[in-house]
Ligand binder design. Structure first.
Ligand SMILES: Cc1cc2nc3c(=O)[nH]c(=O)nc-3n(C[C@H](O)[C@H](O)[C@H](O)COP(=O)(O)OP(=O)(O)OC[C@H]3O[C@@H](n4cnc5c(N)ncnc54)[C@H](O)[C@@H]3O)c2cc1C
Length: 470
């Protein structure tokens, strides 16, 4: 737990706490540590011992290239005036007023932990899950370690057509050999090895032009060795409004998606072991259960109609469809959770803010800021969080600069590390994390995998403690 002593040094540095070590947190730290005119010292906190947020716990295990962004985060963490406090949860170990006592400014970058509900009967039956749970489980996120999924069901239905839905479908479709080369959790690797899922349905309430997945992800589906993509014969018979949108307004991703879907439709059936059905223009109306467990899902066929404001909306028809299944995933968006004592907008699931500065009952909080998914909602790729975090940091620095106040450091405010030690919070430094990472990487190497993740906080802390001492 060796951390540099940041309490007495000159010139006086502004002290900033960043809460949440996902992409938004790291990009903000990078920007803060760049400042020459207003030097800053940054403490980065995370509730887990492990950093990187959804890059570790969300990005799919067969997408290792994306995880290479962690090298950039490591370079940021390697700078002077940076400290990491893993295994420290805001709201459990530290609260808002303590943060404001110890820091000149606080930036919340806690992401969107929860998920949106569908609000249909049967949603809470056994066998109906959020994609968040499945993603967390296959990525060895400690919160989801004990989840179980009915992989004996021959049919799985994924509600939603974004990239997360595609990730879930791909993981269900891969062969064991492919997954065994990744850093998927050991629990998921062994459970998926005996999976009986053969037909995977991705369903969306609107049509192909409105689908939220991106072409790179869609193309991957065409190259799954054991799985073929199946579309309904009329899947690309577009309604007039979608046709016009495609011709006049659609960006290149939508055009590419349509080209890819055409290619899928034209590919003759190849009698592969599994089928991935992409089903447009249906809305789930009920998840049906038998003895408390999912047995089927009822869907209503939709048609698209153009509204007077030019938007294209799905409207239900009287045509119904029922799919037998024991496994349903809801992938209709993530949602932020409130932090104790911090302003929160229930409707959007975000922290209310103006260019990153938190608003409390409409008034700006002079020393509190936010960035990433909890600031703008759960959209965008890893890189989207960089300009977003920079905007918040700029706003923070300009407010500190014009506040007329001196950095807290000049008043010899005690170090937060002392408070945590008094509370017996065993925090994880970046060096500690690197020991754990090295342990995971070595364990993975032995099996030809990038890493073998430790799956519970308890085990992580045992590894850290033993390596720290050794
Ligand atoms: C399933 C999935 C797959 C994705 N795949 C890709 C992809 O392939 N490519 C791509 O570019 N983007 C991908 N994304 C998007 C990308 O992951 C996000 O844009 C990005 O992670 C959001 O960053 P963030 O920092 O706002 O939140 P997060 O990454 O969620 O980080 C938030 C951090 O805050 C911590 N935290 C939460 N609460 C507290 C608390 N109370 N106290 C302390 N710490 C706390 C969390 O532990 C976490 O580390 C994916 C997203 C998901 C959900």
């Amino acid at each position: 737990m060796t951390q540099p002593d940041l309490t007495c040094s000159s010139p006086p540095y502004w002290r900033v706490a960043v809460i949440g070590s996902g992409p938004a947190g790291f990009y903000a730290v990078g920007e803060l540590l760049k400042q020459q005119e207003m030097p800053v010292k940054v403490d980065l906190f995370d509730r887990l011992p492990t950093p990187y947020g959804l890059v570790r716990g969300g990005v799919a295990p067969d997408h290792q290239k994306i995880k290479a962004v962690c090298k950039i985060f490591d370079r940021i963490a390697g700078q002077e005036h940076f400290r990491y406090f893993g295994n420290v949860e805001f709201g459990r170990d530290l609260n808002r007023s303590e943060m404001l006592d110890h820091y000149d400014a606080v930036l919340y970058t806690v992401g969107s932990r929860s998920d949106r509900k569908l609000g249909i009967p049967g949603e809470d039956l056994e066998g109906s899950h959020s994609a968040t749970e499945f993603v967390g489980w296959y990525n060895a996120h400690p919160d989801y370690r004990d989840k179980r999924f009915n992989l004996d069901s021959e049919q799985a239905v994924i509600i939603g057509m974004g990239n997360v839905a595609i990730d879930v479908a791909r993981i269900l479709s891969h062969r064991h050999e492919e997954l065994a080369q990744t850093d998927i959790s050991d629990e998921a690797l062994s459970a998926l090895a005996s999976s009986r899922v053969k037909d995977i349905w991705i369903i969306g309430r609107r049509g192909p032009v409105q689908a939220a997945f991106t072409p790179v992800e869609a193309r991957e589906l065409m190259h799954l060795p054991e799985t073929e993509v199946v579309l309904e014969a009329d899947a690309l018979d577009l309604d007039p409004a979608s046709q016009r949108f495609l011709q006049e307004e659609a960006g290149k991703d939508i055009r590419k998606n349509i080209d890819l879907l055409e290619e899928m439709l034209e590919t003759p059936p190849r009698e592969k072991k599994k089928r991935l059905h992409i089903l447009f223009l249906v809305s789930p109306v009920e998840i049906v259960g038998e003895q408390g467990k999912v047995s089927s899902i009822k869907l209503r066929r939709n048609q698209l109609v153009e509204k007077p404001d030019g938007s294209i909306r799905a409207e239900g028809t009287d045509r119904m469809l029922e799919l037998k299944t024991g496994l349903v995933f809801r992938s209709v968006g993530y949602r932020g959770e409130p932090l104790p004592g911090v302003p929160f907008d229930e409707k959007s699931g975000t922290i209310p803010n103006e260019q990153g500065q938190i608003l409390e009952e409409g008034s700006p909080c002079p020393r509190e800021y936010t960035a990433g998914w909890i600031k703008r909602g759960p959209s965008g790729v890893v890189g989207t969080n960089k300009p977003d975090a920079i905007e918040s940091v700029k706003k923070m620095l300009s407010a500190l600069d014009s506040s007329g106040k001196k950095p807290l450091e000049t008043k010899q405010v005690p170090d937060i590390a002392q408070l945590l030690r008094n509370r017996e919070v065993d925090f994880v430094s970046f060096q500690d994390w690197k020991l754990l990472e090295d342990y995971e990487t070595k364990a993975g190497e032995a099996e030809g995998r990038p890493r073998k993740k430790v799956g519970t906080v308890k085990e992580m802390m045992e590894v850290v403690r033993s390596l720290r001492e050794g």
